[in-house]
Design a binder for this molecule. Structure first.
Ligand SMILES: [Zn+2]
Length: 877
């Protein structure tokens, strides 16, 4: 007898009766179904018998297996097939080609005019729109964005069953007055990893011991998506296809209420909102959301869990500060987005420290009950929620008009690809973007029409626009659940400037990403093909050409060439493909270059002579060969899956370069002569010790390039790989101030420890580094100003070689955005961010900061690509 079936029976029944019932449960499906339905749903809920329950459809009681994604999809499709209350759609496709299901449930009458309802709803939100008529509430029920938080996804099956099959006048009213979008699995790829793990380790009878393999997923676990991104940070960043599809859907519907069901540690209970007062609120959102709207629901959730005796807590821990959570982003569209966190059984049953055994069925039921309370609460408060949302968009305009900044101008004159991607990012968030109509100066940059654009503050999504450009430095608290900065223009390395003083220099509105100029057909050259490395699509084109056998060179000094398009200037790092040095025929070379230019959408020029107008000629010794990277990267247990996944994503999705992902357990099989680049990120690198460390050193000395990021940079200095770079100071820096405190033995209240110690960490903030543009790692950059992301406490000293600290935080106030304690601020001044070292004939590149954090740090990911292509050309004088 499983834990689950025990749960279905009231304690105190005579044991013989329990035994009889158990046999009955196993033998008779209808009885079992009824028992399970009784367990999950409140008394008095009735169902249309023609609609199968999840158990009837799947063939097992919910909570006894983890339900595969394709079976969840199939159930949703079956409900849509059987009922005129439901329609099914997939709103997108994951990296692993799984559909992203949404089941829309409402009354048949509403279904018949669903598109009209959507349009009336959106029209009612236009600032200045008149009072809307009788529009149903729009509700989005979201589950399982963290793939291993299984109770969320399983409960969505019951939610769908209830909404589609529920009967009675109350239920009819719910469907008449609401449109419900059920999204059962927001992260299908991650969920499937978890489902596979938990089902393959499932035992009969269940094993509750937390040590059991079932409760401890293998690396990298199912929380994240295919490239191991946390999708519950990506709503704002839009790096992944899941988020892009989802955000698009949310903008189409702009729901009044959005739920986000999660799980947390097994030893906890259940969390629902409100979040922690004031410090957990995003100050750009209306205070009324937290002090009124959410509180309307809090008592409903409490009643729902009180009814079944489940414990919970509120107002602690979780924040809504960062705009990229599922429980925050929809609030920037005027909805009430709310977080639920259930203590996880992480498997089918697990012993907790002081709440006894947590079963999957128990956790599913809690999620279902708060979800049902949300549905009912929305219908009962429909007009209040609709009025709040109209007010949200009206006050966006009035608050923007009060804001000291009128708008922002942005644009990189040297990188049209980055401009296009940033505009795409803004348009995806439905931010209004306009042409710039007169030259502007600011932050040391000249912004010219055609190469720069304007975002006005005053627009319906003012709060989101402001989040994207604002450099936040004032905080209600100093301890963060997550990062404290998210200025997208800084992360993209996008030059921008805040506009003040009234009339904005705006032309026409931009409604689609502008075409790239000059990326047309490539003329055939008998001399050389030339590509500006400033264009951030250039690495992709270079790799495509190298993969076809093309030999390339990089310019270590600038030049101006005569081309079929006239005189064109090329900065350091520009790529030359001389025709005469190839093993390919001139015609084949032209075909390869043309294909690469088209594939990467980057302009490539054709030289008409080797003699330059200015600077080095095309036969100069200052053109050095660019190797074809053959990349090995260490993956596996102990390695940071986030950092590893971000670089894997960069290699796959941005430059389409294959890379060998070697597991830590396979290191002994590596033939180092097959590779010329090794990438290491933070984590346990103890697999690289003894003979393997010696092998690595010999390989570097022979000409290999080690790229070591963050924790791996520290490891490299500790293991004798960096002759010119010492081991950094780590952990909490000891300042004079703190030494004084130790002498006088400061005494503090126990309860304050979390806040005071937490404030000393560097949770993620943005800093100004000075970049050496003449170093090969600085190729393609045009500003010494380099914003970097810092989320650790490693403080390196500069290289003992004067020419090798490539990027260093500036001495004079490097702060750009985010929280930092005063002590750490002192330490950060002058702290290196990128150091290049040499060991024998090889090089060691220390990327002290996470250059590709969450995949959106476009501004610094170029450093990594430079190390790939130019690492063998680094010398330490
Ligand atoms: Zn979660």
């Amino acid at each position: 007898m499983t834990e689950l079936s025990t749960r279905y029976h009231r304690i105190g029944l005579p044991s013989i009766f329990v035994a009889f019932l158990t046999v009955g449960l196993l033998a008779l499906l209808p009885l079992r179904t009824e028992a399970q339905t009784e367990y999950f749903f409140p008394a008095g809920v009735t169902f249309d018998q023609r609609i199968p329950s999840p158990e009837e459809f799947l063939g097992y009681p919910l909570g006894t297996f983890a339900t595969r994604h394709d079976r969840i999809v199939a159930y949703m499709q079956e409900l849509a097939r059987l009922s005129d209350r439901a329609t099914y759609q997939s709103i997108g496709t994951t990296y692993e080609h799984r559909p992203m299901p949404v089941l829309t449930v409402t009354s048949p009458g509403n279904h018949a005019r669903l598109e009209a309802i959507r349009q009336e709803h959106l029209a009612s939100l236009e600032p200045g729109a008149s009072q809307n008529g009788d529009i149903p509430a729009i509700v989005h029920l979201g589950h399982n964005i963290h793939g291993n938080e299984n109770s969320a996804g399983e409960s969505a099956l019951l939610m769908a069953y209830w909404l589609v099959a529920g009967t009675g006048p109350d239920h009819e009213r719910i469907l008449n007055e609401g449109v419900f979008h059920i999204e059962p699995t927001l992260n299908p790829d991650g969920r499937e990893r978890f489902v596979q793990w938990t089902n393959m380790n499932r035992a009969e009878p269940f094993v509750a011991d937390p040590l059991d393999r079932e409760h401890n997923e293998a690396w990298p676990g199912g929380r994240t998506n295919h490239y191991w991104f946390d999708l519950n940070r990506d709503w704002y960043l839009l790096v992944n296809p899941e988020s892009r599809a989802r955000v698009d859907f949310h903008h189409k519907w702009r729901a009044n209420v959005v739920t986000d069901h999660h799980e947390m540690g097994t030893n906890s209970s259940y969390f629902f909102e409100p979040p922690e007062p004031v410090v957990g609120w995003n100050p750009l959102l209306p205070e009324r959301l937290f002090t009124d709207i959410t509180l309307t629901f809090t008592e409903l959730w409490a009643d729902a869990l009180d009814e079944i005796g489940s414990l919970y807590y509120t107002k602690e821990v979780f924040d809504k500060f960062y705009p990229g959570y599922g429980s925050s982003y929809p609030s920037f569209l005027g909805g009430m987005a709310v977080l639920f966190e259930q203590a996880s059984s992480r498997g089918f049953v697990q012993e907790s420290s002081h709440h006894g055994k947590i079963t999957l069925a128990f956790t599913i039921r809690n999620q279902l009950r708060t979800g049902m309370a949300t549905v009912r609460g929305t219908i009962d408060n429909r007009e209040k929620l609709q009025q709040y949302q109209r007010e949200f968009f009206a006050t966006a305009i009035s608050e923007a008009n009060e804001y000291e900044i009128d708008g922002w101008v942005f644009g990189d004159p040297n990188d049209p690809t980055l401009n296009r991607e940033f505009i795409d990012y803004l348009l995806w968030h439905r931010i209004e973007v306009y042409e710039l109509n007169s030259t502007q100066q600011g932050n040391g940059v000249t912004f010219e029409p055609g190469q720069a654009w304007v975002v006005p503050a005053s627009q319906p999504l003012y709060r989101m626009a402001r989040s994207i450009f604002e450099r936040v430095g004032t905080f209600a608290d100093s301890v963060f659940y997550d990062v404290s900065a998210w200025t997208m223009s800084l992360a993209y390395g996008m030059p921008d400037h805040a506009l003040r003083g009234g009339r904005l220099p705006m032309g026409d509105r931009v409604t689609e990403v502008p075409a790239l100029e000059g990326a047309g057909p490539v003329a055939q050259s008998s001399i050389a093909y030339l590509m500006d490395w400033s264009n951030s699509a250039a690495p992709r084109a270079l790799h495509a050409m190298q993969a076809a056998g093309v030999r390339a060179e990089a310019a270590f000094k600038p030049f101006t060439a005569r081309t079929t398009n006239g005189e064109v200037s090329f900065p350091r790092g520009s790529i030359s493909i001389p025709v005469s040095i190839q093993n390919l025929s001139p015609d084949s070379l032209h075909a390869v270059v043309t294909a690469a230019a088209r594939e990467a959408n980057v302009p490539i020029q054709s030289a008409v002579t080797g003699m330059s107008v200015n600077g080095i000629d095309l036969g100069s010794g200052n053109f050095l060969p660019v190797r074809t990277p053959r990349v090995l990267m260490l993956f596996g247990a102990g390695v940071s899956s986030y950092e590893a996944g971000q670089i894997w994503h960069l290699m796959d999705q941005r430059i389409a370069m294959p890379m060998t992902k070697v597991d830590v357990t396979s290191l002994g099989r590596v033939d180092w002569s097959n590779y010329n680049v090794l990438v290491l990120v933070s984590g346990d690198l103890s697999a690289l010790s003894g003979d393997r460390l010696d092998d690595l050193k010999a390989w570097i000395r022979g000409g290999g390039t080690l790229i070591a990021q963050r924790g791996a940079a520290v490891w490299a200095t500790q293991n004798g790989l960096t002759p010119h770079v010492a081991e950094p100071g780590m952990g909490q820096p000891v300042t004079e101030h703190e030494e004084d405190e130790e002498e006088t033995a400061v005494r503090r209240d126990y309860v304050d420890a979390g806040d005071i110690e937490g404030a000393k960490g560097i949770g993620g903030s943005i800093w100004e580094a000075d970049l050496d543009l003449t170093h090969p790692l600085g190729f393609g950059y045009s500003r010494r100003f380099l914003p970097v992301w810092r989320d650790h406490n490693f403080f390196f000293a500069p290289s003992s070689s004067e020419y090798s600290t490539v990027a260093q935080l500036v001495d004079d106030d490097p702060w750009l955005a985010g929280y930092i304690s005063d002590e750490n601020r002192e330490w950060l001044q002058g702290s290196p961010s990128v150091i290049a070292d040499q060991l024998g004939r090889g090089s060691v590149v220390l990327l002290v900061d996470n250059i590709n954090f969450r995949g959106y740090w476009r501004g610094t990911s170029r450093l990594f690509l430079n190390a790939l292509f130019f690492g063998d050309q680094i010398q330490v004088p």
